[in-house]
Design a protein around this ligand. Sequence first.
Ligand code: FAD
Length: 333
Amino acid sequence: MTAGAPSQDVLDVVIVGAGPAGLTAGIYCSRSRLRTVILERNMAGGQIALTELVENYPGFPEGISGFDLAEKMKIQAAEFGAELREIEAVTALRREPDGCYGVVTDQGTLRARSVILAPGVEAKRSGIPGEAEFIGRGVSWCATCDGALYRGRTVAVVGGGDSAVEEGLFLTKFVDKVYLVHRRDELRAAPIARERAFANPKFEFVWDSVPRRIVGEQIVEALEVENVKTGVARRLPVSGVFMYIGQLPNTTWLKDVVDLDEQGYIVTDALLQTSLPGVFACGDAHANPLKQIAMAVGEGALAAVQADRYLDELDCPAPGAASAAGGSAAAPA
Ligand SMILES: Cc1cc2nc3c(=O)[nH]c(=O)nc-3n(C[C@H](O)[C@H](O)[C@H](O)COP(=O)(O)OP(=O)(O)OC[C@H]3O[C@@H](n4cnc5c(N)ncnc54)[C@H](O)[C@@H]3O)c2cc1C
């Protein structure tokens, strides 16, 4: 990684989020010799860093662990000069009178001529009683992180999409039994995942059912569910509950800054330009039709190319020029 720059330097591009979309944008921006900083509120990698095995990303016919894939992307971005700052969360974005952007973080403000938004999504909470109380004591959103803690136990997985089924399959490596609780009577997951789940003797499907309450003393002891067709309640004796009921875009801080759709996803034109000039969006937080690594990577590349084109036509001070705040910008990395 390159050395950190004083906060008043004007960067070419600030990228928000170091998941597959942000890291790919970082690779493309830095290869274009744009002075680039990637800001990540956690550790780099995004959702894939927590994914056991990625089987559908081209180039890895045997599959690759999500962690390894994220690590390779991170190394590649650094290779060409992108500066990655981990554990630094972006809290606000504002346009300054000279057309540059102020990217406000929990550690200061960076000035940039363009911005790429790649903040991704996070798991939706069900809000049922017991969910918040038992986080870390039986309630989880990450089978890869926590699955091994449930060796020989019974767990419930809530949801019927790819994440629910794939994470449930991963859990069968450790647990004796997985109740898959789904509000419909068929799965939304891809056919290959469905076939594997139906063939797995550790799965018991609890159809047409929604979670109502997680109960226990110190740790989770049961999940109470209700059949939405019959109204009949059932108590599943489980030690763990893994929730995969949907996702929320990490865009609350962007409300009233760029256009968002009714679910909070960032709206762009076909070339990923948001409602602000020079601000582009890519990946899962973007209102796109496919939440997958291949899509995030493709959009990350396009956002970077568009940012480069935008910068070619911009008046806002380039790196090397004194910033509006009076600081002098460092040489490009
Ligand atoms: C369990 C699971 C399994 C999956 N398996 C597959 C699979 O096998 N194949 C596949 O193609 N896809 C899979 N996906 C989907 C894939 O992970 C996503 O499509 C992809 O990670 C999206 O990349 P992204 O960069 O847009 O967002 P993310 O991966 O969500 O990364 C966004 C990053 O931005 C950071 N961030 C958010 N807000 C801020 C902020 N304010 N300041 C700084 N940083 C911020 C986040 O911490 C995060 O690191 C899976 C997802 C899950 C949950």
